[in-house]
Design a protein around this ligand. Structure first.
Ligand code: GRF
Length: 219
């Protein structure tokens, strides 16, 4: 029997759409030296393309449509129970387009990460790229953070920056940012799997260092 400490970190990924970030995690988890394994992929959208990506990689999938529930709490409870069936060490939100209840975020506190396509704390919520363009920003980016009850407000872990170029629109900027997203998510999940990354007292720590307020810069 393999001791639990030596087993790969079990990750459950939640998606709602294309799943390109999921794909970057699948690819990283299939490297010979990977320290994490994707135990299951769950979606609130039955037709999410990410489910196909997961099935192609032989990963267990489940879709739980939020439309089948009478309240946000009921959906979140059912989702949380489904996640726990897979005994994850870490829950990864990868384009999971739902606002989470405090009960849900508390249940996975310190073991749930999200990726957000902005330089948090700027632009929590939706339409981040258009908002950066409208504000005349010269840079955009993406941030991985621990999830707390505060929407897109949990402690940042790592942040990647890209330039905003003349002539950019929301689509061209999203594409540039997404390329960086695919680099930083596997890195953050690997840190967690190696037990180097943790949340303590509402702050993120890497090894014994407090992570800066806007995350570790990734270049
Ligand atoms: C990404 O931009 C992510 O930052 C945001 O939703 C998008 C998901 O893209 N939360 P994908 O489904 O991983 O391709």
């Amino acid at each position: 029997m393999i001791a639990r400490d030596h087993a790969p970190c079990r990750v459950v990924v939640l998606i709602s759409g294309s799943g390109s970030n999921l794909q970057s995690l699948i690819d990283a988890s299939s490297q010979p030296d990977a320290r994490f394994k994707i135990a299951a992929v769950l979606s609130n959208k039955p037709d999410a393309f990410g489910l196909t990506r997961a099935r192609n990689a032989g990963i267990v999938t489940q879709s739980i449509s939020h439309t089948a529930f009478g309240s946000r709490e009921q959906f979140d409870n059912s989702l949380a129970d489904a996640i726990d069936q897979h005994q994850p060490d870490l829950v990864v939100l990868a384009g999971f387009m739902r606002i989470l209840t405090p009960g849900f975020t508390a249940r996975f506190s310190g073991r749930m990460l999200n990726i957000h396509p902005s330089l948090l704390p700027k632009y929590p919520g939706l339409n981040t790229h258009q908002r950066a363009l409208d504000a005349g920003d010269t840079e955009a980016g993406a941030t991985i953070h621990f999830v707390t009850a505060d929407l897109d407000g949990g402690p940042p872990v790592i942040q990647a920056r890209v330039p905003i170029k003349p002539g950019d629109n929301a689509a061209s900027l999203a594409k540039r940012v997404l390329e960086r997203e695919h680099q930083i998510y596997p890195l953050a999940v690997s840190w967690f799997a190696e037990k180097r990354l943790r949340m303590h007292d509402q702050h993120a720590w890497l090894d014994n260092d407090l992570i800066p307020i806007d995350g570790i810069p990734f270049n």
